[in-house]
Ligand binder design. Structure first.
Ligand SMILES: Cc1ncc(COP(=O)(O)O)c(C=O)c1O
Length: 433
């Protein structure tokens, strides 16, 4: 029985798909943090190169992927699509469960799908150094890899608790030549202010973003790179969904349920947006589900309103689902899902009824992750395991109702550098917060 559906190097998409073109209602514009008026593209020039600002605001439906980016994508793309027959058997479900495996990338997650084009566009625009933030290190490692491949310096502010507790991704960043600071750090005015107030401040993604932005505006030839949330980041991730559509055709099935975890929204956007296009333009009836942690329930409990992307209120105001930019998420193990806000495009899709959202507690997540590892062999990232928990719940419903659904989910990363979190679960020390 064929359980793996592979494409070849020539099938790597030639364009990214831009959902902004097809939204039935336009996305509310970002606002200037000072004037509260719609932002003009030039307001972003301190942070991003012009070519990426153009992508951020473009409503072209298809945007060409440069050859230099496709050449690097070819190191791991197209990623495999697998039918999880052993998981189906363990669950005794009539559902078919497919997964797209983004953990096959060199950095171990989907984040390199955008770090590579971001580094490329910066390089050709004359940037020599990028500053960024990272939580558990997935994004920082992905940007470090891309910067090294394009000959850029990379300066990463890593949330302090992760810097201390997740040394391996820090080492990965060092291996790819990046400089890594625990955030809050003594490198920025904002960091020094926070450290003076509380020398043991554990940090947060919102704080690290503020530091990276301050670093950017104070250093020459430096730009800022963000691993999620923004339109151009979601755009770059759409290679995932475009490949998945072709692979499902190879498998001879069409998914009716599409699931992905959701932190800032980019891996979800990556698999979902090409399917949302079909929902809008071909009236397909897909159920598309974003899954988030109960401890940071941005889509399921946050408000849809304008808010800052960072704690120091330096970013533009984005119309998004938010828990408030001062929200300090509890220290759950899915570090990549601990963000107070959500991609405006994903938030808009929820508002328009194109997608749904669910939240799960972390003990359920590790139970699902362990079952997946023990049946399908891949040890999933805690973030990705949110999708697995939702898929298992759906497959169990299918068992109970006898309905055969075709479920597709995005396994956004592997968990081989998250084993200490697995150990916490295995020794009974994991708690729901
Ligand atoms: C493996 C993995 N999946 C998902 C996420 C969540 O981010 P996003 O919602 O942008 O995909 C992260 C973030 O670091 C991650 O590392």
């Amino acid at each position: 029985m064929q359980t793996r559906f592979d494409l070849t190097q020539k099938d790597i998409p030639r364009t990214w798909y831009n959902l902004l073109h097809d939204f039935p209602e336009p996305l509310p514009p970002p606002l200037h943090p000072g004037t509260k008026q719609p932002l003009s593209p030039s307001d972003l020039e301190g942070l991003f190169p012009k070519n990426l600002i153009e992508q951020e605001t473009s409503s072209e439906r298809w945007i060409e992927i440069p050859e230099a980016v496709r050449d690097i994508y070819a190191l791991w793309r197209p990623t495999p699509l697998l039918l999880a027959v052993r998981l189906e058997k363990a669950l005794q479900t009539p559902a078919h469960i497919y997964y797209k495996y983004e953990g096959a990338s060199p950095a171990g997650s989907h984040k390199v799908n955008t770090s590579v084009p971001q580094a490329y566009y910066n390089k050709i625009a004359g940037t020599t150094r990028l500053a960024t933030e990272t939580g558990a290190g997935q994004w920082g490692a992905s940007l470090a890899m891309a910067c090294k491949l394009f000959g850029l310096e990379c300066n990463v502010y890593m949330v302090k608790v992760s810097y201390q507790h997740k040394p391996y991704r820090r080492m990965l960043m060092h291996t790819w030549g990046a400089t890594v600071h625990p955030s809050p750090s003594d490198q920025t005015e904002y960091g020094r202010k926070l450290l003076a107030e509380d020398p043991h401040c554990p940090g947060s993604l919102g704080i690290a973003i503020s530091e990276a932005i301050e670093d950017t505006v104070k250093h020459p030839h430096t730009k800022y790179a963000l691993g999620s949330v923004l339109n151009h980041v979601c755009l770059h991730q759409t290679v995932i969904g475009q490949e998945s559509i072709k692979q499902m055709e190879l498998a001879g099935e069409e998914p009716d349920t599409i699931v992905a975890c959701c932190g800032g929204g980019s891996n979800f956007a990556g698999i979902a947006f090409p399917f949302i296009r079909r929902k809008i333009t071909e009236k397909k009836k897909y159920r598309i589900v974003a899954v988030e942690p109960s401890a940071c329930p941005t889509l399921t409990q946050g408000e849809l309103r304008y808010d800052f992307g960072d704690t120091a209120e330096t970013t533009p105001l984005l119309m998004m689902h938010t828990l408030g930019h001062k929200f300090m998420p509890p220290a759950i193990h899915a570090g990549g899902l601990r963000y107070h806000g959500m991609s405006p495009m994903v938030s808009h899709a929820l508002k328009l009824g194109l997608i749904e959202a669910e939240a799960y507690h972390q003990t359920k997540i590790f139970e699902a992750a362990t079952l997946f590892a023990q049946t399908e062999a891949v040890v999933p990232a805690p973030e990705s395991s949110h999708a697995i928990a939702a898929v298992i719940a759906e497959a169990v419903k299918c068992r109970e109702s006898g309905k055969k659904r075709v479920i597709l989910f995005n396994l956004s990363g592997h968990g081989l550098l998250d084993l200490s979190a697995y150990e916490t679960y295995q020794t009974g020390k994991l708690q729901d917060v």
